[in-house]
Design a binder for this molecule. Structure first.
Ligand SMILES: [Zn+2]
Length: 454
């Protein structure tokens, strides 16, 4: 099985690709962010391509390890097809800006820039051209993937790279993907209309089954384009490939072709953000943390940034596990992204040091964190406010004594050799201290207590 795909995402620019209409199409009433250029009026003259959008595509291509096409003429082509969302009758799409890249062992065939069409509602028969002309990046992979599961994992990595650049529009994702599948010796089938990673996984799974069944029946798989119908989780024929593929590409005579200069690429390379797969390798080496933990840290750009801000002040091994197990859990629970949290790195360092130095228990630390994500406060103050101050030695000893005195049966059980009775007593101590004691310390005190004779 050979699977490759193309993904498109909208680039984060304030203006469209060939005109200066705004791009906040979701907030604007229909057909208000429009002009003669993005509605394809006869005679309308497009502006040269939006420079910010071109730079964003170069940065994305660099992150995907592509060779940038430097010094050559890059034409903007007209790709013709007829659909109500495309007022000019053609979509402008550039020749490759980046070529021959690689991500996680999968070839990146090319990266280029395109314009988004409008939004057609087939039920109402209306079109909203606010989206028309918004810049898109298109990434095309080689057919190196071999199962729906591989596609799912790879797509996640690829989308993470795009998000890391900060150059694509954030949630809700504007992802659109097409995929092509061929089983050994069979024809290539393309599937369009995929809007999510889950959708890609389901569409491919369905399509593989469909093709296998056809073969079992001795029927031929025809070369065609199919649509993924999300609500029914099936693919359906759209058109046969031979006819549809004739898009009659021509260079757009209204737009001067681009030439990318080396100095621009070098400048972008110097200023650009570190790609997540490279950062993963680096933080493993630099901080000596476990690969599985590193993978969680880089899953969000904000998370790994925060980690690196504090990793020099606390034990990185301890901090990395704490990020993975506690911080992520608390953020999920509060439904917050790490970027939305307002406590300072210094406050976080303080909290982690208190846990690491055994001034508070990890459980208490979690309670403090829950407060900190809501209202950024000095963790020492929160410890006081929440009444989590560590028990004095004396208070702890008193609690142990009390637990022993109040539970003679458990004491007798322990003395007759039942080790688990000690856990019961420890539980009682925790109850008496309202969870403020360190469980390890409690066990230690119980074990050597003079009233317990083994
Ligand atoms: Zn416009």
């Amino acid at each position: 099985m050979k699977i490759g795909f193309e993904i498109h995402e909208q680039l984060m620019t304030d203006q469209k690709l060939y005109c200066d209409c705004p791009t906040n199409y979701r907030d604007a009433p229909p057909n208000t962010n429009v002009c003669p250029v993005c509605t394809g009026m006869p005679g309308a003259k497009p502006a040269p391509p939006n420079e910010r959008a071109i730079r964003a595509v170069i940065e994305i291509a660099l992150m995907l390890d592509c060779d940038i096409v430097i010094g050559d003429t890059i034409y903007i082509q007209r790709k013709h097809y007829d659909y109500p969302d495309l007022p000019s009758g053609y979509q402008r799409t550039s020749l490759p800006i980046g070529l021959n890249g690689e991500l996680k062992g999968v070839g990146i065939r090319e990266v280029h820039i395109e314009e988004d069409p409008g939004k057609y509602d087939p039920t109402l028969g209306t079109v909203d051209y606010n989206r028309s002309g918004i810049p898109l990046v298109e990434v095309v992979t080689d057919p190196d993937l071999k199962s729906p599961e591989e596609v799912r994992t790879f797509m996640r990595s690829l989308i993470r790279v795009l998000e890391y650049t900060g150059k694509v529009r954030p949630e809700p994702s504007t992802l659109r993907a097409d995929t092509n599948i061929s089983l050994e010796g069979g024809a290539r089938v393309e599937i369009k209309n995929i809007n999510s990673i889950k959708g890609a996984y389901r569409a491919i799974k369905y399509e593989v089954m469909r093709q296998k069944k056809l073969r079992e029946r001795g029927e031929e798989v025809v070369r065609e384009t199919r649509a993924y119908l999300e609500s029914q989780m099936v693919t359906a024929p759209m058109r046969t490939k031979e006819i549809a593929e004739d898009y009659r590409y021509i260079p757009d005579p209204d737009i001067f072709p681009m030439v990318i200069e080396e100095s621009l690429v070098e400048r972008i390379r110097e200023e650009m953000y570190e790609a997540p797969h490279l950062r993963e390798q680096r933080i493993i080496k630099e901080y000596g943390i476990e690969p599985s933990v590193a993978r969680v840290l880089i899953s969000e750009r904000g998370l790994v940034e925060l980690f690196e801000k504090i990793a020099k002040e606390v034990d990185p091994e301890f901090a990395s596990h704490w990020f993975k197990d506690i911080l992520k859990k608390v953020l999920n629970y509060e439904n917050l992204r790490v970027e939305e949290v307002e406590f300072t790195p210094t406050q976080l360092v303080k909290l982690l040091q208190m846990i690491d130095d055994d001034k508070i228990t990890p459980e208490q630390g979690e309670l403090v964190l829950r407060e900190m994500v809501k209202t950024p406060t000095d963790p020492e103050k929160l410890v006081k406010k929440l009444g989590l101050e560590k028990l004095s030695e004396k208070a702890l000893e008193k609690a142990v004594k009390k637990a022993i005195e109040e539970n003679p049966e458990a004491v007798a059980d322990y003395e007759s050799g039942k080790e688990e009775a000690l856990n019961f007593l420890a539980g009682k101590v925790m109850e008496i201290t309202e969870g403020r004691a360190n469980p390890r310390k409690v066990m230690e005190l119980l074990r050597k207590h003079p009233s317990l004779h083994v």
